[in-house]
Design a protein around this ligand. Structure first.
Ligand code: NAD
Length: 658
């Protein structure tokens, strides 16, 4: 146990250094060791005060997430952090917590058990449990409001976003920012500190009989908007507001009750699956063990359209200089203007400052020629979806790229092997399939063609990590993982309308389930013409005697391409808000009667069964064919690229296939 903390003293101050590298996670034995060290300080007549600090690069970064899974499976007993934090708080001598790096989750709860908190300005603190479908379980929901008031505690526990130290100081979470050496500053602070237990503070809480219903309703509305369908944010609201009217001990019990219920619930299991899934998919199991990813310092993109522009932004955001080539000055200008507009909107939203914008723009160099491409470590092609064009572009790239440069295609539907074979070096070619808008969507399918080398695969995965993407390996099959499964899923949605359901009923069933958008609204967003084209390229795969969805053809013929033409499955007003359109129903009903398709009504459950059933069935085929390596790869594709609710863990996890 002693290993988890190192003890030292500076005069009459005991220094407890938490020692569980790399991030001092609260694995079994760590909180116990801190408590034992604090008790030792309390019993020592030569000690007046205690400083707790993290060894290495951070304070306590959080509870060890692997342990949650063990608790749920019964492998270990429940979390006892609340009792341990209480034991720290009970210390009769002042305890000062010294924070650097991150104090998250259980780490912040331990910090709040101290009598004072000091931090370096770069430290971050937060209660991100909600991102795992949980609430703080170590007293966080009761101590945070006592230190910072209900609003801040709600913000931190409901959304899970961290605060930087200066802001945390403003809100009362920490007492002092230490310039210079943290330990020295903390020890000095401790010499004059007094015992001040967080649990005894009340001045930031409303009166015990205050009416909190407006506050509760406001936060429920915020949670519904940003975290629709999730249980943990609502539990966080309950627990935090209880701090205002329950005595502390009762509040702790209430928090425990809610925490336990969430921990054993489906949503938390799903979110923990997604958390580990992100790490699992980053590793390719069948790669030669000695391959080292290549250094990538310069990039180039061919095509400055929707995707090419977005891809250039991704590189610039990661600080990698990128050339962008198109065929005309107008196309380049348009592309660059869109990029600038996107950055300007990030500045307006406060996500980027003006200097950051200029820095990024300076990294993006437009060009009409291949000059400079010979120095690129990676070239990504994003020209029109036209096989002959792509083959030509790859032959050109083969002539200009240096040996050892990665050549990537962003094709959505074409055969990467055929594209690779347009070069003399197919082993250097892979698919890098980004999702629109590329600078926003986290997913990237890395397509392994037959000839793609291990070094290109390993480098692509490492690159994706740098670009802050979740990369999932996909085999080179039609539609890769995501679009391949999306086609039958959308087919069902369209067929349901053909059989009598209204478009908004179909979409509502799926958004009620948790999808960010319904499948028909997705058609309107991406363009009915785009889906029509995809269908044409897949038509040869359609089997005789099988019914396929046809109603979208009707929309296409009438120029109802979706949002861009003001009408698709829905009619759009000037704000692009969708409205049900009786004309669509009339059109589809007329066609269905001619085609002899029986009409009826559908329950939400039936709609869900049909659409989700098709999605999962195709997922099974994708697995059987080895297009996806593991069920979790499919889950991550859907959670990170298709707006599938993370709290359901992905379609395969939801279907019990893991
Ligand atoms: P786009 O029409 O917006 O852009 C294509 C750009 O390529 C245009 O600016 C065009 O001028 C340029 N171009 C054409 N020929 C060129 C050449 N020889 N050299 C240089 N530039 C050339 O198309 P997009 O939506 O950006 O799609 C590009 C690729 O990305 C396609 O393969 C598409 O299937 C794929 N993709 C698109 C999406 C999407 O949602 N739009 C998503 C994933 C993948």
């Amino acid at each position: 146990m002693a290993d988890f903390v190192l003890l030292d003293r500076d005069g009459r101050v005991l220094i407890v250094t938490v020692n569980n590298p790399p991030v001092n996670a609260l694995g079994p034995g760590v909180p116990e060791a801190i408590v034992a060290a604090v008790n030792q300080g309390a019993a020592d007549d030569g000690i007046d005060a205690i400083v707790v600090i993290g060894g290495g690069r951070t304070f306590i970064a959080g509870f060890d997430i692997k342990e949650f899974a063990k608790i749920v499976s019964g492998e270990r007993q429940g979390v006892d952090l609340a009792r341990q934090v209480l034991a720290i708080e009970n210390c009769p001598k002042p305890v000062v917590m010294a924070l650097h790096g991150t104090a998250l989750g259980g780490g912040l709860e331990v910090a709040m058990g101290g009598h004072h908190r000091v931090a370096v300005a770069s430290a971050q603190m937060g209660q991100p449990e909600v991102k795992l479908g949980l609430i703080p379980g170590g007293g966080g929901t009761q101590r945070l409001p006592r230190l910072c008031g209900l609003e801040t505690a709600l913000e931190m526990c409901v959304f899970g976003d961290p605060l930087a130290a200066p802001e945390a100081m403003r809100r009362g979470l920490i007492d002092k920012i230490i310039e210079g050496d943290l330990l020295k500053g903390a020890v000095e602070y401790a010499r004059t500190a007094s015992v001040r237990r967080t649990r005894d503070l009340r001045d930031k809480l409303p009166h015990g009989t205050a009416d909190l219903s407006d506050l509760v309703e406001l936060w429920k509305a915020k949670a519904a908007e940003r975290m629709r369908g999730q249980e943990a944010p609502l539990a966080a609201i309950d627990a935090v507001t209880a701090a205002a009217w329950m005595p502390f001990a009762q509040g702790i019990e209430y928090e425990r009750e809610l925490f336990e219920r969430l921990l054993h619930g489906e949503q938390s299991k799903a979110l923990i699956h997604v958390f580990f899934g992100e790490r699992t998919v980053a590793k390719i199991p069948n790669l030669a063990p000695d391959v080292q990813p290549l250094a990538i310092n310069r990039a180039a993109v061919v095509g400055a359209g929707t995707m090419g522009g977005g891809i250039a932004m991704i590189y610039a955001n990661a600080g990698i200089p990128v050339l962008v080539k198109d065929t005309s000055a107008e196309a380049l200008e348009r592309g660059l203007a869109t990029i600038r507009k996107n950055y300007e909107s990030a500045v307006k939203k406060g996500r980027l400052d003006q200097a950051g914008l200029e820095q990024r723009m300076a990294l993006i160099a437009p060009t009409l020629t291949y000059d400079g491409f010979e120095r690129a470590d990676i070239i990504t092609e994003a020209v029109f979806e036209d096989l002959e064009l792509k083959k030509r572009v790859f032959a050109e790239l083969d002539a200009v790229a240096r040996p050892g440069a990665i050549l990537a295609t962003n094709t959505s539907t074409l055969d990467v092997d055929v594209i690779a074979n347009a070069t003399q070096r197919p082993e250097w070619v892979a698919g890098h399939h980004y999702f629109s808008p590329a600078n926003v969507m986290r997913l990237m399918e890395v397509v392994r063609a037959k000839s793609t080398s291990d070094v290109v695969m390993a480098s692509s995965m490492e690159l994706a990590r740098r670009l802050k993407k979740v990369a999932v390996v996909s085999g080179n099959g039609m539609g890769f993982i995501g679009n391949r499964m999306f086609v039958p899923y959308r087919q069902q949605a369209v067929m349901l309308v053909e059989e009598g359901a209204a478009p908004e009923e179909v979409d509502r069933a799926l958004t009620d389930f948790g999808w960010a958008m319904g499948p028909l609204a997705v058609g309107d967003l991406s363009g009915i013409d785009v889906f029509w084209l995809v269908r044409q390229s897949w038509k040869h795969l359609e089997k005789p005697g099988v019914r396929y969805a046809e109603a979208e053809e009707l929309l296409y013929q009438r120029g109802r391409y979706g949002q861009k033409t003001g009408a698709g499955w829905y009619r759009y007003d000037a704000q692009r808000k969708p409205h049900p359109d009786p004309e669509v129903l009339q059109m589809v009903r007329g066609w269905a009667s001619g085609a002899g398709i029986a009409q009826r009504t559908f329950t939400e459950e039936e709609i869900l069964d049909r659409c989700m059933g098709a999605l999962v069935e195709e997922g099974k085929k994708v697995l059987a064919e080895g297009i996806a390596l593991r069920p979790v790869d499919i889950d991550m594709v859907y959670v990170c690229g298709y707006g599938f609710p993370s709290w359901r863990g992905g379609p395969m996890f939801w279907a019990g296939i893991t």
